[in-house]
Ligand binder design. Structure first.
Ligand SMILES: Cc1cc2nc3c(=O)[nH]c(=O)nc-3n(C[C@H](O)[C@H](O)[C@H](O)COP(=O)(O)OP(=O)(O)OC[C@H]3O[C@@H](n4cnc5c(N)ncnc54)[C@H](O)[C@@H]3O)c2cc1C
Length: 595
């Protein structure tokens, strides 16, 4: 039995080629007209090789060794530095970066698949390069020419790593409370930053020779609240007139001892008259920072998928190896001797867990990659209207994916641990590490509660429901296609999908109307509403999967498993949609007492 991470290349290819049909669209994009399914597969195979040979083997050892903080400097666990150097040398940070910015210009869709692999293989290692894309996108969108010339190439290529410095002791979710200050430094045509930041991922390390911190701070004339925040690039090292390195006033004061991600340094940072350069307009820093945060949120969503995949693979392998007690029923070919202990995978309680793990992660993969596809459409479609609509859809789906996938990723890790029994609690099997590492994804990049509020209050109720209507139109179209099928399972999946859409429309309108007299209502039901959309999306994913699998060769076990899992999904776990709907209805009727 191997518990090593196996990249699910066949499943990835299924989603890219068949579920999304991306290669057909690539042919219409001038930059990608030569990119076909085979080439995309080669890229993913190469990525899988790198990830399994160079990154995954460092996961457990990195967790045990952790990071060290000595003399104000952080050292990473053994092997991390070399693996990162190889990652940069192989060009992985620039996979989806535009060619005119020095990248390889491949679709975001492939980048999303790479993120899934890296998160599953070694979440802690991924934390270091995790902000490269967001920082690159932020500087490309808002950096001045000098920043783009002097900093962008080093950041985009991964030669220098970046951080995102928002959180302060008194300001977590509420960025209006930030206090870090920026004062002008006319001599350097720059700014001096002072203040403390906490929980800064990669605030210091020995992976790269310089670190570019993206810091939110207030100018002297800043208005209060989030409208008074400006964004700065503040490097660990600056350069003098003849190019000599000058240590900037950025100091790491310590690293947190924490539940998981022990191989990722979470740093307390002190900025003391640190030289920084403004990114974008004064007081408009949050808008610039949102470019970075949006890129990061989809990555965090894919961390949930990576954890879910790892949980499913390991639990499945172990459940077929471990034999305990007689089975109530068993597959005909595997009945064995009477009285003999059966693999635990035969026990209904374990089978339910395994099927849930599989149905959830495979459905999520389709949706996560679909968001990557819409980001590509938003960037490359020739029509302005199509670009705008695609961007709006991706923006609606991202908080759902970030929140729903990360909650499911943690739950999946915990379920996998249950399958392993007591062995799951022991480090050597790897599952307990996934439980610890996966938990934080529900907290950072905007907690899951803040994401749910952003979804319901701003992106659904706030825009008059336009983005939601566009999403529901996609689902309705899929439902109609399924209902037209002769296959009873597919037509009933289509009817179910259509009913789910009607439920979402009804409850959204009820929340909208109820909110007029009860301002707390959307905030009370936001978490359940987000999960409701999450289940709707999984149903959409499995309906389309079933449709494809029914048209595939009958004898191919890959599609047979897809058909089985799709039928299971509609028959069983999708009941969670109704549960969430009932909770929202309860929330519409009952207010919450103060506790
Ligand atoms: C390992 C790790 C790495 C991190 N990396 C970074 C980093 O690189 N850069 C960075 O800037 N920060 C980073 N953070 C910080 C992270 O982004 C914050 O922890 C997060 O934003 C939440 O802030 P907080 O911890 O202060 O919680 P709080 O904001 O105090 O929230 C506490 C609880 O209250 C809830 N809550 C708060 N406000 C509301 C509301 N209006 N409605 C409903 N619920 C609400 C929250 O959802 C949460 O459950 C990291 C944190 C960790 C643990």
């Amino acid at each position: 039995m191997s518990l090593d991470y196996q990249v699910p290349l066949r499943d990835m290819r299924f989603v890219i080629d068949e579920w999304i049909g991306a290669p057909g669209w690539w042919r219409s994009v001038p930059a990608w007209e030569d990119l076909d399914s085979g080439m995309a597969q080669q890229v993913l195979e190469e990525a899988a090789r790198f990830v399994t040979e160079r990154i995954a083997p460092l996961n457990s050892a990195g967790d045990l060794e952790g990071c060290r903080f000595e003399g104000g400097e952080v050292s990473m666990p053994a092997g991390f530095r070399e693996a990162y150097a190889d990652f940069v040398a192989a060009g992985w940070p620039t996979l989806a970066l535009d060619t005119d910015a020095g990248g390889q210009g491949l679709p975001q869709l492939l980048e999303v698949a790479l993120q899934e692999m890296l998160a599953a293989a070694n979440h802690a290692w991924l934390m270091s390069p995790g902000l490269t894309h967001g920082a690159t996108a932020c500087l490309m969108a808002h950096g001045c020419d000098a920043l783009k010339r002097d900093w962008l190439p080093k950041i985009a290529s991964g030669e220098w790593l970046t951080t995102m410095c928002l959180t302060e002791p008194q300001a977590g979710s509420d960025l209006a409370l930030l206090r870090a200050r920026a004062t002008p430094d006319a001599a350097h045509e720059a700014w001096r930053i002072d203040g403390s930041k906490i929980f800064i991922t990669g605030g210091d390390h020995d992976l790269t020779e310089n670190i570019a911190h993206l810091v939110l701070a207030r100018l002297p004339d800043a208005p209060p609240g989030t409208k008074g925040l400006s964004l700065f690039v503040v490097p660990k090292w600056t350069f003098g007139e003849s190019g000599e390195r000058v240590r900037n006033g950025v100091h790491c004061e310590g690293i947190e001892k924490k539940m998981g991600l022990k191989a990722s340094p979470t740093c307390s940072m002190r900025f003391e008259q640190a030289l920084g350069w403004l990114v974008g307009e004064p007081h408009r820093g949050l808008a610039s920072m949102f470019v970075m945060m949006n890129a990061a949120r989809l990555q965090v969503a894919m961390q949930g998928v990576g954890h879910g995949q790892l949980a499913w693979q390991r639990a499945h392998a172990y459940a077929h190896e471990r034999a305990q007690m007689r089975a109530v029923s068993a597959p005909a070919h595997d009945v064995g001797e009477p009285g003999k202990a059966a693999p635990i995978a035969f026990h209904p309680a374990m089978r339910r867990i395994l099927l849930d793990l599989r149905a959830t992660v495979e459905g999520e993969r389709a949706i996560g990659y679909w968001i990557g596809y819409w980001l590509d459409v938003a960037a490359r479609h020739p029509g302005a209207h199509e670009r705008q609509a695609a961007g709006q859809l991706a923006s609606l789906l991202t908080p759902v994916a970030k929140t729903f996938f990360t909650a499911n990723g943690f739950a999946a890790a915990s379920s996998a641990l249950q399958v392993f029994g007591g062995y799951g609690y022991i480090h050597e099997y790897g599952v307990e590490q996934t439980v610890r590492d996966s938990r934080v994804a529900m907290l950072y990049e905007g907690t899951n509660e803040i994401q749910a509020i952003d979804l319901l209050v701003r992106k659904v109720l706030g825009d008059g429901g336009e983005a939601l209507r566009a999403l529901l139109a996609h689902v309705t179209k899929e439902a109609a296609g399924c209902m037209a099928s002769d296959d009873p399972a597919l037509s009933s999946a289509g009817a179910r999908l259509e009913a789910l859409v009607a439920d979402v429309e009804r409850i959204t309108s009820e929340i909208g109307q109820g909110s007029a007299d009860d301002r707390e209502l959307p905030y009370r039901v936001a978490d359940d509403y987000l999960a409701l959309l999450g289940w709707l999306l999984l149903a959409f994913a499995w309906a389309r999967t079933l449709c494809i699998a029914l048209n595939a060769p009958a004898g191919d076990p890959f599609y047979a498993e897809k058909r089985t899992t799709a039928r299971y999904f509609f028959a069983y776990p999708l009941a969670a949609f109704d549960h969430r709907l009932q909770l929202i209805e309860a929330g519409c009727r009952a207010s919450l007492p103060h506790v």
